[in-house]
Design a protein around this ligand. Structure first.
Ligand SMILES: [Zn+2]
Length: 368
């Protein structure tokens, strides 16, 4: 059983997908055509007080996703494929995906778990370790692996094999900069002397800034940013530095962890922060800046691993993520910026074309 956080109230739902008007009239619908027909012309348009508000955007991609492995793939992969066309697949399996051959085999297992006819594209990543070589970077690049993922050792789920010191994988980082392969970063220090809520801020100051001083051309995505410090840093950095933002870090502050008792389903890493940080992250994501794009960090765990005396980190949001993002953008009157964040900025950063299908959403009373 996979769990996610329950939410209720007035929210956004996904109506379905259809081919873009520029590609003709053919429907590629996962919903009855009668429901789609009512929204086919709508674009962030209020239709009167009684009519539901609707929104159409280019089909999004998920630039940070955990699908896990084994039998669970048959649940997780189809759920992401329902709304997203492509996704960056995280490599923190057990054992981690550290070689090109492992990544290609993992991609095959994901594709085998998709419904027949699915066009979902898993974009694969390799797990950077202290011993990753420049040759492996080149091999990965030549085989179409999209990026490397940096987990500081011990930072989050299955990160024990992560990097202990950046200088130990210097050759690999240098090779990435040379072949323009992005480095995706879980940006937290793991020093137990550092306050848990300051881990991201300290990482930026003591790890990320020095790294970018030494390799200024390295393409970097600071994943799942949670602080004003991270938002300001990315906004002020050159174009080769970008960030992904999760729905939970746009909608929730750290109070969500303690409302009426300990809330394990709101526990993720990096951990939720103070309200001032949530506001800053939300403002950056909804600003229209191409440096911020969608990455759910959807991370399924078995229910008994979440609801435990030492519960694990991660929020499984894939089936409802787009509705949550729409809710976040709507909360600051920025629905017109959702398509850029969800469907355009990510492909532009990764040098890929935007998708062509249209995704339709409607605002209605719902329980998720
Ligand atoms: Zn993650």
């Amino acid at each position: 059983m996979i769990t996610h956080s329950a939410r209720q109230g007035s929210g956004w739902s996904i109506l379905g997908l259809s081919l873009s008007a520029t590609r003709g009239r053919q429907h590629h619908s996962r919903q009855p055509p009668s429901r789609l027909a009512s929204t086919s012309q709508a674009t962030a348009q209020a239709q009167g007080t009684d009519a539901p508000r609707t929104l159409s955007i280019l089909q999004p991609d998920d630039w940070h996703l955990h699908l896990r492995d084994g039998a669970g793939l048959h649940t997780t992969a189809p759920m992401s494929a329902l709304h997203f066309h492509r996704a960056i697949i995280m490599p923190n399996l057990t054992p981690p995906v550290t070689t090109t051959d492992q990544a290609l085999a993992y991609r095959q297992r994901i594709q085998a778990a998709l419904p027949s006819g699915s066009t979902f594209q898993p974009l694969m990543t390799l797990y950077l370790t202290d011993s990753t070589t420049a040759a492996e970077v080149q091999r990965a690049h030549d085989a179409g692996i999209t990026a490397f993922k940096l987990y500081p050792a011990g930072a989050t789920t299955n990160s024990d094999s992560g990097v202990t010191e950046l200088r130990k994988c210097w050759e690999a980082l240098d090779a990435m900069a040379k072949c323009r392969m992005p480095l995706l970063i879980h940006g937290e220090v793991t020093d137990p002397a550092i306050d848990f809520f300051d881990r991201e801020k300290v990482f930026i100051e003591t790890r990320l800034k020095p790294l970018l001083r030494q390799l200024p051309d390295l393409k970097v995505v600071l994943e799942h940013i949670t602080t004003k410090d991270a938002a300001d840093f990315v906004m002020g950095a050159p174009a080769n530095v970008a960030a992904t933002v999760t729905p939970q870090h746009m909608l929730l502050n750290r109070n969500a962890l303690f409302l009426g008792g300990l809330r394990p389903h709101s526990f993720c890493l990096p951990i939720l922060k103070r309200e001032e940080h949530r506001r800053a992250v939300l403002a950056s994501a909804t600003s229209g800046s191409p440096k911020f794009f969608l990455g759910t960090d959807s991370a399924p765990h078995p229910r008994n691993a979440k609801e435990a005396s030492c519960g694990c980190a991660g929020i499984f949001s894939a089936p409802i993520a787009l509705a949550l993002y729409a809710e976040a953008f709507d909360s600051v009157g920025a629905l017109d910026k959702l398509e850029g964040f969800a469907s355009r900025h990510g492909p532009a950063f990764y040098g890929l074309p935007p998708n062509t299908l249209q995704l339709h959403l409607v605002s209605e009373e719902c329980q998720l």
